[in-house]
Design a protein around this ligand. Structure first.
Ligand SMILES: NC(=O)c1ccc[n+]([C@@H]2O[C@H](COP(=O)([O-])OP(=O)(O)OC[C@H]3O[C@@H](n4cnc5c(N)ncnc54)[C@H](O)[C@@H]3O)[C@@H](O)[C@H]2O)c1
Length: 349
């Protein structure tokens, strides 16, 4: 029963979508409706079980609400997953069938790219629904603005952890040399950081290292690299009971969604004295750019919101340090307080 699922967390709508003609099997989760729509990417992955897909979409969708609220965006949080291997199962007909379902939601859900989908796929969805951002003919990939936001988050993390935001001479380990990781490495090197990078696809890591002047290490070495800051930008769940004891960095800040395998891992990081910038605080750049593409923000507002990731991250981390609480708890409390404030404002108007 979906209502009893441990990650359900009051989701407002969860829909299982299938289409026999194209083989589409998908789940769309709308965590919280707010403003003109609830936004979140379309993840295309070969999940082992439908329950794995459901768990992922519920966690991702809730994190989108947190991301929207903390970034100051007047949108709700949602996410969708398509179950399958994007390399073999992703066809224009399947994407259009999914797009028709999004159209039937009449604006409640706005899609964007995520792991396994890209700006060209969003173009195909847009043939049948207007509720799509991150299109090739629109703002394009959301990875570059996400990387800008993560870079601002890393500067704030350095300020909170070491008392100065400059990255000159700071050692940073970047896990994942995909859309976000590759742009992030460029910003870090430009800021004077000494960067090591890893990807399960070694050719990607080597190309990024060569382009920007970074050093490649193996994917098994990156989480325990001897650096100041670790930046996960690959997959979720990388911070767990096995990896946390091996981490040598003193701070962590990256764009990968849902980095904690369980919320207790946030406590374990705090107990080890590792300052973790919650992913949903720093990875809002794509959502911010998508909102601008949809006309909900001006370019000036977009740029101001990307810049504000610095101050929001610094505020959360500073409060966590001074109150000696896990950063995840501080950030979640902020989301709850902002939503409660919003509800009381709505009630009084
Ligand atoms: N693109 C966005 O706008 C955006 C926005 C917010 C959050 N995120 C999150 O950031 C992360 C990266 O997104 P992306 O768009 O760059 O995805 P991507 O698919 O372009 O890149 C991910 C990279 O990680 C590599 N990888 C996978 N597992 C790995 C491992 N164990 N070790 C090292 N490398 C590994 C992949 O080979 C790939 O190159 C994802 O978790 C995504 O959900 C992305």
């Amino acid at each position: 029963m979906v209502f009893d699922h441990p990650e359900f967390d009051g989701h407002q709508q969860v829909t299982f979508v299938s289409d026999d003609d194209t083989g589409l099997e998908a789940i769309v989760a709308i965590h919280h409706l707010r403003g003109p729509s609830a936004g979140g990417g379309v993840r295309f992955r070969p999940y082992a079980t439908v329950d794995d897909a459901l768990t992922d979409v519920l966690r991702l969708s809730r994190a989108m609400t947190y991301k929207m609220v903390l970034a100051g965006l007047r949108m709700g949080g949602a996410k969708s997953v398509i179950i399958g291997d994007p390399a073999t199962d992703k066809t224009p007909a399947l994407l259009q069938a999914f797009g028709r379902f999004i159209a039937s939601l009449d604006g409640r859900y706005t899609a964007g790219p995520d792991v396994g989908t890209n700006a060209d796929d969003m173009e195909i969805l847009a043939e049948v629904t207007e509720h799509v951002a991150g299109r090739a003919s629109g703002a394009g990939s959301t990875a570059p603005p996400t990387a800008v936001g993560v870079f601002n988050g890393i500067r704030a993390t350095a300020a909170a952890a070491y008392g100065r935001e400059t990255l000159d001479g700071r050692r940073v380990a970047v896990q994942g040399a995909g859309g976000v990781g590759s742009h992030l490495v460029g910003h870090l090197v430009e800021a004077g950081a000494d960067v090591v990078v890893a990807d399960v696809d070694p050719a990607k890591a080597e190309a990024v290292a060569e382009r920007h002047g970074a050093t490649v290490v193996g994917p098994d070495e990156i989480l325990s690299a001897e650096v100041d800051i670790l930046s996960p930008n690959a997959v979720g769940g990388v911070l767990d009971a096995d990896t946390i004891p091996t981490i040598r960095a003193t701070a962590i800040c990256g764009g990968a969604n849902n980095q904690l395998a369980r919320s207790a891992d946030g406590v374990a990081l705090a107990e080890r004295g590792i300052l973790w910038a919650p992913d949903y605080v720093v990875s809002a750049g794509g959502a911010i750019a998508g909102s601008c593409e949809l006309g909900f923000l001006t370019e000036t507002q977009r740029d101001a919101m990307l810049d504000a990731i610095f101050s929001t991250t610094l505020d959360v981390l500073t409060e966590a340090i001074s109150s000696q609480r896990p950063t995840d708890d501080v950030a979640r409390d902020r989301v709850r307080a902002l939503l409660a404030e919003e509800r009381s404002e709505t009630a009084s108007t």
